[in-house]
Design a protein around this ligand. Structure first.
Ligand SMILES: *[C@@H]1O[C@H](CO)[C@@H](O)[C@H](O)[C@H]1NC(C)=O
Ligand SMILES: *[C@@H]1O[C@H](CO)[C@@H](O)[C@H](O)[C@H]1NC(C)=O
Ligand SMILES: *[C@@H]1O[C@H](CO)[C@@H](O)[C@H](O)[C@H]1NC(C)=O
Ligand SMILES: *[C@@H]1O[C@H](CO)[C@@H](O)[C@H](O)[C@H]1NC(C)=O
Length: 386
């Protein structure tokens, strides 16, 4: 081999090697399809389609009408789809004017991991995660027929192709309502046992989705429920615990409630590690939503937000609660809470759900992988690092 040829070969070899390395460390997954599971934190229209439509001022900021999201505007899932270059995700049960070409959203407000012994009027849900996964399985098998039966051809453009399912990203944001249920049972049942059972059941649901072909999971842990303004004593005149040492943290959040959320998160993380060992063909990303949200709450002022205990829409004074979108007569006076002048300065929209501005802030912090284990940006989350 002449020295020039030899040199060229070496250079080619090095550049080939470097390109392989670059590909390995920054390969974009180019997701075309997303399936989401969860509660009101990522419901893009399920509850509105199934029961009563959401009403104004929900949706006022971005959509300028109520669109079935529990916020003034977009949710974190909306910023996720935008970041991935995908359109808004339609709720699976929304039959009107929807498209499912790039996936479907099974999340529904009030949803839990565990089945609840409550009607929807008591805060229960028909759409527990196991049911959401049954709906997904229906979606997959029924749309699959359009691609095998000749008479299905006209439907094909509205749905993911059968081969898209294994390349899709499967996102989860669930657990907050289960923790709320645990909180309601404190002193009556063993919280540690309840939380272990919830995580165990969640793990079996994730395994069943793996059975149906999911290979990339992006799993949010649960947020600081004790920082939701409606939980704070400041909005609960009857709560006389504020003087008890350690009841509140430096941000005014209820410690014991956040501790239950943290226990769930720790057990969930351990479970995700086990799932990685069990399914070597699958990427499981655990996203520390608790820390992202808590960081926002701790740095509210620095980030341009008002006191995080403030609620943009709703009346929560003197022991009375009138939630945003509702009305109630109190002492002969009808209370119809309007929204604040500038929702973009508030973290909490309605005392339970975050504003679009807060959702945007949180999405920007989590999408680059800063709060993920392993620390992959969402666009590279299909990479299996174990
Ligand atoms: C469900 O709730 C009803 C009414 O509150 C109660 O009577 C029943 O025992 C509960 N069942 C379970 C399994 O907890
Ligand atoms: C399409 O064809 C299959 C049989 O190949 C049949 O079972 C099904 O009912 C047909 N669907 C429609 C919409 O005509
Ligand atoms: C709060 O009120 C309850 C019932 O009124 C009472 O039993 C309890 O001791 C009070 N706790 C504190 C810290 O004052
Ligand atoms: C942040 O804190 C300063 C000092 O207390 C206050 O003047 C300012 O209005 C606060 N910013 C917001 C957005 O509330």
């Amino acid at each position: 081999m002449s020295s020039l040829k030899y040199f060229t070969a070496i250079v080619l070899l090095i550049s080939w090697f470097l390109s392989i390395q670059a590909e390995k460390s920054s390969k974009s997954c180019e997701f075309q399809t997303i399936f989401n599971f969860g509660d009101s934190n990522s419901d893009t229209g399920s509850m509105s389609a199934a029961f009563y439509p959401a009403i104004y001022p929900f949706g006022e900021t971005f959509f300028h009408e109520a669109v079935g999201r529990a916020s003034d505007g977009r949710l974190i899932i909306d910023f996720i789809t935008k970041h991935l270059g995908l359109p808004f995700l339609s709720a699976y049960i929304n039959s009107i004017g929807t498209t499912y070409r790039h996936g479907a959203n099974f999340a529904a407000g009030s949803s839990t991991i565990m089945r609840q012994n409550k009607t929807i009027f008591e805060g229960g849900t028909p759409f527990t995660v196991d049911i959401q996964i049954v709906q997904f399985s229906n979606f997959k098998s029924r749309t699959g027929k359009f691609f095998t039966q000749e008479n299905g051809s006209s439907y094909r453009k509205h749905f993911p192709k059968p081969e898209d399912f294994s390349k899709a990203i499967y996102t989860f944001d669930i657990g907050q309502n289960d923790i709320a249920d645990v909180i309601s049972k404190v002193g009556k049942e063993d919280s540690h046992v309840l939380i272990s059972n919830i995580v165990e059941y969640f793990s079996t649901q994730i395994q069943s989705l793996h059975f149906y072909g999911a290979r990339t999971f992006w799993i949010h842990n649960t947020g600081p429920i004790g920082c939701l303004p409606v939980a704070m004593p400041i909005h609960n005149a009857q709560n006389n615990q504020t003087q008890v040492a350690g009841y509140l943290d430096q941000n005014g959040c209820v410690n014991y409630q956040n501790d239950l959320a943290k226990e769930f998160n720790k057990k969930l993380k351990d479970k995700v590690v086990k799932l990685r060992e069990q399914f070597l063909d699958t990427s499981f990303i655990y996203v520390d939503m608790f820390s992202a949200k808590y960081e926002l709450i701790s740095n509210a002022n620095k980030s341009g937000f008002v006191d995080p205990s403030k609620i943009c829409c709703g009346y929560h004074e003197d022991g009375y609660h009138v939630y945003c979108g509702n009305k109630k007569t109190i002492n002969g006076k009808e209370i119809v809470p309007g929204s604040c002048d500038d929702p973009s300065k508030y973290i909490s929209w309605d005392g339970v759900h975050y504003t679009e501005a807060a959702n945007h802030w949180i999405a920007n912090r989590i999408l680059d992988g800063s709060f993920s284990d392993p620390p992959l940006p969402i666009s590279q989350s299909c990479q299996i690092t174990h």
